[in-house]
Design a binder for this molecule. Structure first.
Ligand code: BES
Ligand code: MN
Ligand code: ZN
Length: 497
């Protein structure tokens, strides 16, 4: 039982106060001013070299538009081979996300280059570093051939006099996203509940977390009927992983829950074949939670974090759950399973009930839960549901870190529709309307009243089925790992009430 996660590479990014003499490419910022291209001062170029650079860039048509990348031979007197200008657009409109995206675009353009020095960090050190690392992330899957030299990760020196702490925190956050991307990009024949749990045990322990793995026998003994029901159709038995970060200074406790369906065929309510392959990503929520929990430890965030990751493979077979079956969740609530493809909520229900048993102050839970999320909000904006104030807070944090998120109300009509004639509740509603919110109402049944709860549906945002853009590379995006890390930091910064 050995996982081969997909091969992936990140640029190595260093912080230095002075321009490294060995850098062969200098990356500078370019703005789109009222009168055309503008170059802000940079530690990489003296004033006469900056002038020559502006002239050369203008003559090849550079405008400084957002994400525009222009490469020119280094002007005389510059100790490098070339200069790359990254467009940051209108200087008045520049914010962290615009910088992050531009940094991502340039990092993608520089994969395979030797040594880059940059001062785009002058406009936001953390955002620049996040964009550079995440845009420079690459994966080549599992191949028989070695990577070519032009795929090799680039070495980037960020030239800045700012504090190392900000830099290091940005690196840790970006690495958490990369961790989630790599797991999510790994195909399901490699990544299944037992191998995934083993990997998390190794990686979590290494980061200083306490890790507990419940196997199928233990799940049965403790009554995790939702996780078992989803996993029972597969030859690969389910697991429940708990990762704990328990700093001594913690005043608040946060439970995290992430959906970990290592493959979702739909089960007996089987999905159509076209596109089913993307369901290798149905564990993206759990990967983002694992990455964020490891980051919490590395950042020493003074909040107690307990993550529960229910891992199962949803397969049809002679032993699979049937539509109409009634299952008993952890804690005793029963569900009528009318559609075995609405499986995420069944495993999450158990994990949420278990998480609430510890009486955390907050519960943040994330999942690639519903196709309806994409119908409602598109493929780049997560839907956030839950306790109103905390829901709004998490959605705002999601926007602040550049992982779009929008608060969505739970619907009154679903309080009726969730009722079942055969069990306490049922796992789908009769109508198609509000499918994302129905799933939210379903999960709400398992959240205890005094917990501040936010559910983040990332069915769309966790996967980029298109081309690379900004710092978002193709396939897994690692969303919402940075939202969760920022939420933990926000909770840590709360004043005593
Ligand atoms: N994992 C899917 C949701 C999903 C779909 C994520 C597409 C990413 C891309 C989930 O388990 C699912 O199948 N949901 C059903 C629920 C329905 C049966 C109520 C859906 O959205 O169709
Ligand atoms: Mn499903
Ligand atoms: Zn699913």
């Amino acid at each position: 039982m050995h996982v081969t996660v997909v091969a992936s590479a990140l640029p190595t990014v260093k912080l230095e106060k002075k321009t490294p003499s060995k850098a062969n490419i200098l990356v500078i910022a370019a703005f789109q001013g009222e009168e055309g291209l503008e170059l802000p001062g940079t530690a990489l170029l003296g004033s006469s070299e900056l002038k020559a650079t502006l002239q050369a860039l203008s003559s090849v048509g550079a405008k400084g538009k957002p994400g525009e990348i222009t490469r020119i031979p280094a002007p005389k007197g510059v100790n490098a081979e070339s200069v790359v200008a990254v467009g940051l657009g209108n200087p008045e409109k520049l914010d962290d996300e615009a910088l992050r995206r531009a940094a991502g675009s340039v990092a993608r353009a520089l994969v395979g280059q030797k040594h880059v020095a940059t001062t785009i960090s002058d406009f936001g050190l953390a955002a620049a570093v996040e964009g550079l690392i995440l845009g420079g992330y690459s994966t080549r899957g599992i191949r028989s051939t070695e990577a070519d030299a032009d795929e090799a990760p680039v070495k980037i020196t960020v030239v800045s006099k700012e504090d190392k702490e900000v830099f290091e925190a940005a690196v840790i956050g970006a690495e958490a996203v990369a961790f989630a991307r790599t797991l999510t990009n790994t195909p399901s024949n490699e990544l299944y509940p037992a191998s995934y749990a083993k990997y998390l045990k190794e990686q979590g322990t290494k980061a200083g977390l306490e890790v507990e793995v419940l196997d199928e026998k233990e799940l049965k003994k403790q009554g995790f009927g939702g996780i078992l029901s989803v996993g029972q159709g597969s030859a690969r038995a389910p697991r429940l992983v708990r990762l704990s970060w328990s700093p001594k200074k913690a005043k608040k406790s946060v439970a995290l829950v992430g959906k970990g369906i290592t493959f979702d065929t739909g089960g007996i309510s089987i999905k159509p074949g076209a596109g089913m392959w993307d369901m290798i990503s149905d564990m993206g929520g759990s990967a983002a939670v694992a990455g964020a929990t490891i980051a919490a430890a590395k950042l020493e965030i003074p909040v107690k974090v307990t993550a529960f990751l229910p891992l199962a493979e949803n397969m049809p077979s002679g032993e699979a759950t049937r539509p109409g079956d009634v299952i008993t969740h952890y804690g005793g609530l029963t569900s009528e399973v009318l559609n075995t493809d609405a499986e995420g909520r069944l495993v999450l229900a158990d994990a949420i009930a278990r998480a609430c048993e510890d009486n955390p102050d907050y519960l943040i839970e994330t999942a690639t839960l519903t196709g309806a999320q994409m119908v409602a909000l598109g493929s780049r904006t997560a839907g956030v549901m839950g306790s109103e104030d905390f829901r709004d807070r998490v959605a705002e944090i999601g926007r602040a870190v550049g992982e779009n998120a929008w608060a969505v109300p739970l619907l009154e009509e679903h309080d009726e529709e969730i009722k079942s004639k055969a069990a306490d509740i049922r796992n789908i509603n009769a109508k198609r309307e509000g499918g994302m919110q129905f799933a939210g109402t379903y999960l709400a049944q398992f959240v205890t009243d005094d917990v501040q709860w936010a559910h983040i549906d990332v069915a769309g945002p966790s996967w980029n089925g298109g081309a690379a853009r900004g710092y978002t590379t193709p396939r897994a995006t690692g969303v919402p790992a940075r939202t969760i890390i920022a939420a933990l930091q926000d909770i840590a910064a709360e004043k005593d009430s």
